[in-house]
Design a protein around this ligand. Sequence first.
Ligand SMILES: NC(=O)c1ccc[n+]([C@@H]2O[C@H](COP(=O)([O-])OP(=O)(O)OC[C@H]3O[C@@H](n4cnc5c(N)ncnc54)[C@H](O)[C@@H]3O)[C@@H](O)[C@H]2O)c1
Length: 318
Amino acid sequence: MNGKRWLITGAAGFIGSHILEALMEAGQDVVGLDNLSSGFTRNIEAAVQKRTGNARFEFIEGDIRDPAVCERACEGVDIVLHHAAFVSVPGSLADPALTHAVNVDGFVNVLQAAKNAGARRFIYASSSAVYGDCAKLPSREEDSVRAKFLSPYALSKAINEMYAAAWSGIYASHIQCVGLRYFNVFGARQDPNGPYAAVIPRWIDALKNGAPVTIYGDGTSSRDFCYVKNVVSANMLAANASGDVSGQVFNIACGEKTTLNELFSTLKNRLGRQTSGCVHEPFRAGDIAHSFASIERARSCLNYKPIFSLESGIQDME
Ligand SMILES: NC(=O)c1ccc[n+]([C@@H]2O[C@H](COP(=O)([O-])OP(=O)(O)OC[C@H]3O[C@@H](n4cnc5c(N)ncnc54)[C@H](O)[C@@H]3O)[C@@H](O)[C@H]2O)c1
């Protein structure tokens, strides 16, 4: 990894700040780009505190919708880890134009700036949302071609994958693009507040405060929960993979399914809040009923294996 310069877009966000932390621990030279719309400078501060050796960090507060900002951020960069996005499924149904502007136009700006700056590899966050209504489980990467998308967010991530595959072909001698389809990532620094908060931080917060947790649906829907340190390792593997990974996408998950009812019991047990109850609300539009990944492709091409399970990830957060 040495001698490289990295760009993390969305560096102030949940996942971006964990990748930043790992790169700081490894003494790397990193530039972070974020407009702080859903990220926080405290995430960056926590990550940069872990710096060792010759680690260097430069922060650019700016918007990926501005091509000039993307060009500046990509100067001298070898590897781009693109994580900035409008991340909410319900939010994307409420504002598809904003979702498109950030997740598609912004994506193309970063991709093009990376290519023009001579970056060798462009790794980007895709999502299990691209499997849409596809009922076949476990989801294999090729299954997404049959999916009907359930939200503008899902569509935007699928369009990202098409751009990345096209750029990997058209500009094959310039840049290699690798997509990582994340499945329900959880971990420290994930914001429990706001209308779009993810289930694990929201429930941990409620349980710690003695409040009931809200389950959308009857609790039988399931997710493949993936601890954030698995995602960090997937990014490092994708950055360093020597095989022909360009233009490909990989599921990044644990390869295990957990119902929301099972998650509720696990969290209650771990946090010692046996008396806490739950309330059920209608299933939310845009949400998929079940997510469960095949991680075989990531295993064989990237040598990826989940280091943490749901339980050991929750334990690591404590
Ligand atoms: N968390 C998950 O479970 C999950 C699952 C699948 C995919 N992803 C993807 O992973 C990436 C990171 O997600 P996260 O969970 O860390 O979310 P996050 O909201 O914590 O991070 C996103 C970051 O992008 C920044 N950002 C948003 N719009 C921007 C813009 N126009 N210009 C510059 N910066 C901007 C935000 O301020 C934030 O810091 C996203 O691309 C998301 O779609 C996340």
